[in-house]
Design a protein around this ligand. Structure first.
Ligand code: BT5
Length: 241
């Protein structure tokens, strides 16, 4: 069991910064930070995460016992945990997708993103979920919010606790049993399985065309090119045809 402690802040730069500093000071697994506003919310690769009051900005500390080489699997595991909560809250299961590695979409529009940041001993899981507001920005993807998809309203604190409970439940099973326990269930939400995909492994490599087979045994993108099947954990870019 992990003790979940939810600390609530009004405004901060980024809940990932708060959680990271707390973990460096020795705060234990399960310590979590929810802010009503972020002034410097971020996504991966220095992308901006638009943080409007009324939405959820949450970070928690994990200290996995599993080898670090498995930690990347937590990105889709957390995305899947968010999906389970969305379904519990009443979002139509058929509209939900997980876009590898970290986007949760409803009706083809981004509702949530996950940012993992790690040090030697811990990993910070940051979650942004649009609840009341959608960002007014030129995102590559259309965006949506929870309140467009559920009838009842829930407090941000309630939703945060539901998300944390799901994450820690799944996390403990992942530690005990492994990613394989989740692969099939997660693949049901992964977009574009069996579609043509074009990948660039790094910025200098030539684009490769293949068929996307879903998540592989280790949580990477499983791709068939010619007769070879490979699993990729980081790519310079990928797009579906
Ligand atoms: C993510 O990055 O999707 C991870 C976002 C994680 C945010 C949380 S909030 C709590 C914690 N504290 C932080 O500072 N961060 C975490 P990425 O895959 O790089 O996607 C970023 C892209 O999503 C942006 O470039 C925009 O196109 C789009 N975007 C920005 N804000 C959005 C929003 N509120 N809703 C939907 N899409 C958004």
């Amino acid at each position: 069991m992990v003790d979940i402690k939810l600390n609530i802040l009004d405004v901060c730069s980024s809940t990932n910064d708060i959680a990271f500093k707390a973990a460096l000071k020795g705060e234990v697994e399960g310590n979590s930070y929810l802010a009503h506003m972020q002034t410097k919310g971020r996504g991966r690769n220095h992308h901006k995460w638009t943080s409007i009051r009324g939405n959820l900005f949450l970070s928690t500390i994990l200290k996995p016992k599993k080898d670090k080489s498995f930690w990347h699997q937590l990105s889709v595991l957390v995305g899947f945990s968010i999906i389970e909560v969305l379904i519990d809250l009443g979002v139509n299961n058929d509209l939900i997708e997980l876009k590898w590695p970290n986007d949760v979409l409803v009706d083809g529009k981004k509702i949530s993103g996950v940012l993992l940041e790690s040090s030697e001993k811990f990993i910070i899981v940051g979650i942004g979920l649009n609840i009341l507001k959608i960002p007014n920005l030129e995102t590559k993807w259309a965006t949506t919010k929870l309140n467009d998809h559920v009838r009842r309203s829930f407090t941000i604190e309630d939703i945060s606790l539901k998300i944390l409970n799901k994450i820690f439940g799944n996390y403990l099973s992942w530690e005990k049993i492994g990613f394989n326990l989740y692969k099939k269930n997660i693949n049901e939400y992964i977009s574009y399985i069996n579609h043509k995909i074009i990948i660039k492994v790094n910025s200098n490599s030539v684009p490769l065309e293949g068929i996307f087979l879903g998540l592989g045994d280790n949580g990477g993108l499983k791709i068939k090119t010619n007769s070879k099947i490979t699993e990729h954990f980081s790519l310079d870019s990928f797009s579906f045809v």
